[in-house]
Design a protein around this ligand. Structure first.
Ligand code: ATP
Ligand code: MG
Length: 389
């Protein structure tokens, strides 16, 4: 960077960064003739509660993608790397040292300006840098004046700008509910969010998919399986987000006809071989794996296997496979003889619960005169330690 005389600072959680932030910075740059604007994602924000949020590294990555292509924009890891809480005061001091000749312009939304009186050493801060407060046309500036001490109000320049009605909170809410976020933020940031399943993005989409295709009772079953899987994952210290997602996904192909399920299942049929056509019920496992892969880019073998084998089971399942297998059969909506005992056991001894469940399953299938898949027999034998497989 050349030595800027007028340097803009755009601080924020950027969880995620969006066009509101970018447009505010670009507008401020033009109006105030700023030569450079540094986007500084907060480390551990003192003004914000932790919740379903991205990590500092992920927020940093998204910020980098967002400013890419604008030669006037750059980013700094200063706050992310600082230990403890980030305060704007410390950031401004550090930038003053780094750019002693520059005038600093701190760009903030009017909502953030309202909190100014609570900022660390705000009086001193106001002497160190200018503030540019962006606000929506028609915003009641008088209200701001009433809240801010007169001295502070005089130090702040106000900048009306359009398109203020985008917020990270709204974007996170949309993702959670499977609603599109297109045109609210840069495409690269959107891609990164889905690729890394930030803000439960995939869960939101899957839930919507289920609502559109399955009967209400089955949607409930999927949600309950997801919840149970998450609880079990927490008990057994495996990735709860993955378990929850697999629980939600396990029956996602049930809205299709058997022939459609069979068609979808093709890429994974080998893993359930031999599978006869009379085993129609078994196609929805591999079909769910195919949908997970095609629709939501899920490639992780362990997750796909948890979906493929959730109906029959198999010997030596992975912890995630076991948890999905169990959760499907013990979620609170299930009601069959012996379920309460298996439910209790699942929380204490997962392997024992698997043994009991698989044994019960075999007995039921035999009694009902149904065809039994060889993997189900082998799984029951394995978990009940009846000989080597
Ligand atoms: P959240 O909804 O989580 O509070 P946010 O969208 O407000 O997130 P922040 O990272 O909190 O984003 O905001 C960083 C800075 O950008 C703040 O000064 C904020 O006032 C400003 N800002 C946020 N959204 C907009 C917007 N749509 N237009 C202009 N400025 C914005
Ligand atoms: Mg905000």
């Amino acid at each position: 960077m050349e030595r800027p005389q007028r340097l803009g600072i755009m601080g924020g959680t950027f969880d995620p960064i969006h066009f509101g932030h970018l447009l505010a910075a670009e507008t401020a740059r033009q109006v105030f003739h700023l030569q450079q604007i540094i986007f500084i994602p907060t480390g551990n924000p003192p003004h914000k509660k932790q919740g379903s949020s991205a990590t500092a590294e992920q927020r940093w990555q998204m910020t980098r993608f967002a400013v890419d292509g604008n030669p006037y924009f750059s980013t700094s890891r200063m706050e992310i790397e600082r230990e403890g809480f980030s305060y704007s005061f410390d950031t401004v001091c550090a930038l003053q040292e780094q750019y002693p000749q520059a005038e600093l312009y701190f760009i903030v939304g009017a909502d953030a300006i309202l909190e100014l009186p609570t900022w660390k050493r705000v009086d001193e801060l106001l002497t160190k840098c200018h503030f540019i407060a962006t606000f929506r046309p028609g915003y009641d500036l008088q209200a701001l004046q009433d809240i801010l001490p007169g001295k502070a109000f005089e130090r702040i320049s106000f900048l009306a700008m359009p398109a203020m009605d985008i917020s990270s909170t709204d974007i996170r809410k949309r993702l959670k509910n499977g609603i599109s976020i297109k045109y609210l933020l840069p495409q690269k940031v959107e891609d990164y969010i889905y690729k890394n399943n930030l803000y439960d993005a995939i869960k939101g989409q899957v839930d919507l998919f289920l609502q559109e295709r399955l009967k209400e009772g089955r949607v409930m079953h999927c949600r309950q399986t997801a919840k149970t899987a998450k609880e079990l994952a927490e008990i057994y210290h495996i990735d709860a987000q993955k378990a929850e997602l697999c629980g939600l996904l396990h029956d996602c192909a049930r809205g299709y006809s058997f022939s459609e399920q069979k068609e979808l299942a093709q890429p994974f049929l080998k893993q359930l071989a031999p599978l006869s056509d009379t085993d129609g019920m078994l196609f929805h496992g591999p079909a769910a794996a195919a949908l997970a892969q095609q629709n939501w880019g899920i490639e992780e073998e362990e997750m796909l296997n948890a979906l493929i084998y959730h109906t029959v089971g198999r010997p030596a399942m992975s912890p995630l496979e076991e948890i999905i297998f169990l959760a499907d059969k013990i979620e609170p909506g299930r009601d069959y003889e012996g379920v309460a005992a298996i439910r209790e056991l699942a929380k204490k001894d997962r392997k024992q619960a698997m043994a009991m469940l698989l044994q019960n399953n075999l007995a039921y299938l035999k009694q009902a005169g149904k065809e039994i898949h060889p993997l189900a027999v082998q799984a029951a034998a394995y978990y009940n330690k009846k000989g080597e497989i």
